[in-house]
Design a protein around this ligand. Structure first.
Ligand SMILES: C[S@@+](CC[C@H](N)C(=O)[O-])C[C@H]1O[C@@H](n2cnc3c(N)ncnc32)[C@H](O)[C@@H]1O
Length: 234
């Protein structure tokens, strides 16, 4: 049954998926600081006819985009509870040009119905390798031909059980991140690292580990040319 409205937004299913998106994750704060400090990004935000945030959780980057002059923001998540939070956050922040709806990266039809976006935002989305393929497939559907995706990531390395040694082992790389890079390349997306940032002392004191990255993805090299890395940290 098609439960989408005229804008392609899905209505909320009954079942609850999980509630990880009810927190604000550090990567989205890093992305927000980057957006505020980068004139080129500010231009992308104000020029885009519509901005889509994937796995938006509380939706901080979208709400900031609206405050920075975005024409329209669409917040999405697969968890209906989280989408309700997004709707409430849009209302509380007076974002009239915003809407929130269910989008599960495993549901390509739903992504098709949302259409194409010149700016796609994502923060702290790839904490498991299993979600990377569906995520990239969704990006392939929603990213406009001249569009840009800004993607904030916190580097995490998994601890796995080393059977031979009978000891836990810290993986050498962030597997979902490596998979993202490989699958984006397979999809013929071009990418650029815009920021690599160590957590500040306050964040470390609060238990944040691993550095943050901001990556930009696009179909065309040209779309990334205007994007530069800041010369000072956030
Ligand atoms: C770690 S949280 C980050 C939330 C928010 N972007 C932030 O940085 O505060 C990951 C988000 O991805 C969403 N998510 C996970 N799997 C998803 C999927 N298959 N489709 C859509 N959203 C998904 C979760 O519900 C959650 O909101």
């Amino acid at each position: 049954m098609d439960t989408s409205d005229a804008d392609g937004c899905q209505s909320l299913p009954e079942d609850v998926v999980d509630d990880i998106g009810l927190d604000i994750w550090e990567a989205s704060r890093v992305l927000c600081n980057f957006m505020l400090q980068n004139i080129a990004v500010r231009h992308l935000i104000t020029a885009a006819p519509g901005i889509l945030e994937l796995g938006a959780g509380a939706g901080l980057p979208s709400i900031l985009s609206a405050a920075m002059g975005a024409k329209a923001v669409t917040l999405t998540d697969y968890d209906p509870q989280v989408v309700e939070l997004e709707q409430e956050n849009l209302r509380l922040n007076g974002v009239d040009e915003g809407k929130a709806c269910v989008l599960d990266w495993r549901d390509r039809d739903a992504a098709e119905k949302l259409g194409k976006f010149d700016l796609v935002l994502g923060a702290d989305l790839l904490y498991a390798s299993s979600v990377v393929k569906d995520f990239i497939e969704t990006v392939k559907v929603v990213l406009a031909p001249e569009g840009v995706m800004l993607f904030a990531h916190q580097i995490r390395r998994a601890i796995t059980w080393d059977k031979a040694r009978g000891l836990p082992r810290l993986e050498k790389v962030d597997a979902p991140l490596e998979l993202l890079k490989a699958q984006a390349e397979d999809a013929k997306l071009v990418s650029k690292e815009l920021l690599s940032l160590e957590p500040d002392q306050q964040a470390k004191d609060m238990g944040t580990e691993g550095c943050f990255l901001i990556l930009a993805f696009a179909w065309q090299e040209e779309a990334l040319k205007c994007l530069y890395s800041p010369t000072y940290s956030v």
